[in-house]
Design a protein around this ligand. Sequence first.
Ligand code: QUE
Length: 357
Amino acid sequence: MTGQNGIHIESRGRAGIITLDRPRALNALTHGMILAMGRALRDFAADEAIAHVVLRSAHEKAFCAGGDVRAMAELGHGGHAEAARAFWRDEYTLNHAISVFPKPFVSLVDGLCFGGGFGISGHGAFRVAGEKLGFAMPEVAIGLFPDVGATHVLPRLPGWTGTWLALTGARIGMSDAVALGLYTHHVPAERWDDLVAALAEGDAMAPTLDRFAVVPPAPALGALYPEIDRIFAGGTLPAIVAALEHAATGEGDLAAFAAAQLATLRRVCPTSVFIAFEQMRRGPGLDLAGCLRLEFRVVSRVLEGHDFYEGVRAVLIDKDQSPTWRPDRLEAIDPAAITALFDAPLADELILPAGFA
Ligand code: QUE
């Protein structure tokens, strides 16, 4: 087993196993971890002894809290935006490589799974959730946007639930994440060692997962899905805000839910909310590679701005939870400035291989 810098790579029988192990940062992905994962996938793809690959965490508290955005903010702030862009280029390339990996790939996801953690698990064909899963794409809270292929995945979720998750960064548990299709199976975490042992023995992926899978409880937020669909189907952001304002005036669970979503939309980065909305508009017409290419344009431009650095400062460094956004209100955003982030090509666009390379 090779273990270094937050990640362990091993072959166990017929299984290639990648284990995230950077507990002091909830397994947030460093550039080194991303490059090591890419190398491991190439080695496992070429190794005839390996039938399938497992991605997991060494710690039950977190699968992965996202990309190492704190380090990226330091790089960008220190005049090294190109090094930060290289991180995102390699991260998105890995996200895409997982989607075209030529052998069955399963991620075992329990505890926190934010942003970049979904990017390394959500594009595989097999996605197992444990009972303590906490899933979110919370980037709007730090002046970023739901990337790592969320432009492709979220607008394809049932109804308008993906738009809700993208705009608010809402956190959901295992039962909802499985019900929405973000995960393909629920296997209780206490069974994961046996599951990995079966895969190491060479048992085929799909029937083995079906054998270990347990029917999850009814989705905790299921009663709200029709309301989420009604509210977030609004064709514009002002329409969504107006629908939330209206729903929040009532009484009961729906009004409380709407009021909470509204408070979140007013707290997170206004530019990020507009970016996320535009992602949900464009994603249905693009394949994953096209989505990642757009995300790389947008992240390159976000690095030139103010809000990402302020968001990381307020949420992850000083933890004062009081970012000063520029512009500071949804009403102050110029929609043409948002579409320009997506439309203008870069001198050095993200180029992805046609298949696994
Ligand atoms: C939004 C995010 C991230 C986040 C919080 C958000 C993110 C990320 C982390 C994170 C958490 C704990 C750590 C760490 C990073 O938090 O991407 O290094 O120790 O990586 O609201 O996108």
